[in-house]
Design a protein around this ligand. Structure first.
Ligand code: GNR
Ligand code: NI
Length: 179
């Protein structure tokens, strides 16, 4: 169990193209555990390995879109963790959808990004077993955002130059205000 520091813009590591995992070993499984710890601690719904400085094609997603009520009457999210190793998009829909995206590496900045509404993804799970599935909704959006990270691409690369410059300027200001 370890919460790892998250790499933020403009760190050049976020622009690296990550390397495929050659074998799903115990070390990979332990690292995936640390990625979940880090994602939950940061209240994210996804995390790519390069966001903790590891240039390998590994990502984790948990949309936490369900809640349950405990004995104390409090509601808490139901965890639904998924790890994706060497994920590949093999097909995308023509239909697109827009979502107001954020990124743990670009803290507290959001912009509408248009992407294919559905994507078919192939990946290995933590046991090294292969899967292929068509994803839709927020899971499709999040998967494309995470696979972008594995290719050194950030959500701000999908918006206009003017919007990107405004967003990065706002981030700069927020950081200076916090310092
Ligand atoms: O926590 C996150 N929320 C989010 C919202 C909309 C689209 C994508 C995401 S992923 C993001 C976490 C992150 O930075 N993953 O790389
Ligand atoms: Ni991100």
């Amino acid at each position: 169990m370890a919460v790892l520091p998250i790499v933020e813009v403009p760190d050049p590591r976020l622009r690296l193209v990550s390397e495929p995992v050659s074998e799903v070993t115990d070390a990979v499984r332990a690292f995936v555990g640390d990625m979940f710890d880090t994602m939950y601690a940061a209240h994210g719904i996804g995390l790519a390995a390069i966001q903790v400085g590891v240039a390998q094609r590994i990502l984790v997603i948990d949309l936490q879109d369900r809640e349950e009520t405990g004995e104390d009457g409090e509601t808490r999210p139901v965890r639904n963790p998924h790890a994706y190793i060497n994920p590949e998009i093999v097909a995308v829909s023509e239909e697109t959808s827009s979502y107001n995206e954020g990124c743990l590496s670009i803290p507290e900045q959001y912009a509408d990004v248009t992407r294919p509404a559905r994507c078919t993804v192939r990946w290995l799970d933590e046991q090294g077993a292969a899967h292929e599935e068509e994803l839709s909704g927020l899971l499709a959006t999040c998967m494309q955002h995470e696979i972008d990270h594995l290719n050194g691409v950030l959500f701000v690369d999908h918006i206009s130059r003017l919007k990107r410059q405004m967003l990065l300027k706002k981030l700069d200001k927020a950081r200076k205000g916090a310092a």
